[in-house]
Design a protein around this ligand. Structure first.
Ligand SMILES: [Mg+2]
Length: 254
């Protein structure tokens, strides 16, 4: 194995804290010469922000590549879509676009690309702008498919919920960039520079992390430290190649 794509929340971190086994797991992979990508579907942080979150929790980032759906969306739009871009979402999405040299506009009618993401301060006027942009733009892109985001205070509406409202009104479906899209899987492999057969995808969610690895035919490992219960696992169409109590058990895969 040459590369590992590691989910963050529920796999390496829970909230601001490092999960049991995460340090041992990442050390084991590094000691085995395995390159790492930390991959979060959270579109409210940039790659730099994710690296900061990991470091603050005591996770060594080193030469691992941090990826979020905000930065992946910026890369996708830069390579495939026309500017200017209208963004509905939190600051990280526009920040990531600008840092990739992409023009961002506040005017929905000028937008040639509309990007939709979760915005925890969303107002009706923002929703209206998002619908105008999505209706008129050449390309309509969504950062990630997550309908809800788990928090310490229960599940809150995520990008998928905002996107559903915009798409319903605009009468149009977006290209969805984050996990488990093919775009996301390829981006992770590109960041590692490894082939699918030499890469393992590790995470706590069957429908995103495990589906992501399955998309490119890589090995997959589910960790039990996050959201997936044994009942979820036995009733799922997704079949991870390994089930690990914590990330520390990734040593079994080397
Ligand atoms: Mg997770």
């Amino acid at each position: 194995m040459e590369g590992a794509v590691l989910d963050v929340d529920g796999t390496v971190l829970r909230g601001d804290r490092m999960l049991e086994g995460a340090l041992k797991g990442t050390d084991t992979l590094r000691d085995g010469g395995v390159r790492l990508v930390f991959f979060s579907n959270n579109p409210t942080v940039t790659s730099d922000g994710l690296a900061g979150r990991l470091r603050d929790a005591g996770v060594e980032v080193g030469d691992a590549v941090p990826l979020t759906s905000a930065t992946l969306t910026a890369v996708h739009v830069e390579e495939n879509c026309a500017p200017p871009v209208h963004v509905t979402g939190e600051g990280a999405v526009a920040e990531a676009l600008r840092s990739h040299g992409v023009d961002v506009t506040n005017s929905p009618s000028d937008a040639r690309t509309a990007v939709v993401s979760v915005d925890r301060d969303l107002r009706y006027a923002d929703l209206r702008e998002a619908v105008d942009a999505a209706t008129g733009a050449d390309d309509y892109v969504c950062t990630d498919p997550d309908a809800v985001v788990p928090t310490g205070d229960g599940d809150i509406p995520g990008t998928g919920a905002v996107e559903a409202a915009v798409s319903r009104a605009a009468g149009r479906e977006p290209l969805v960039v984050g996990k488990p899209s093919e775009t996301a899987a390829r981006a992770a492999l590109d960041a590692l520079g490894t082939s699918p057969e030499d890469t393992v995808f590790v995470g706590d969610r069957l429908d995103t992390d495990i589906a992501l690895g399955e998309r490119v035919g890589s090995r997959t490992a589910l960790v039990r430290t996050g959201v997936t219960s044994d009942a979820d696992l036995s009733s799922s169409e997704h079949r991870p190649d390994a089930v690990l109590d914590t990330l520390a058990d990734v040593s079994d895969l080397l």
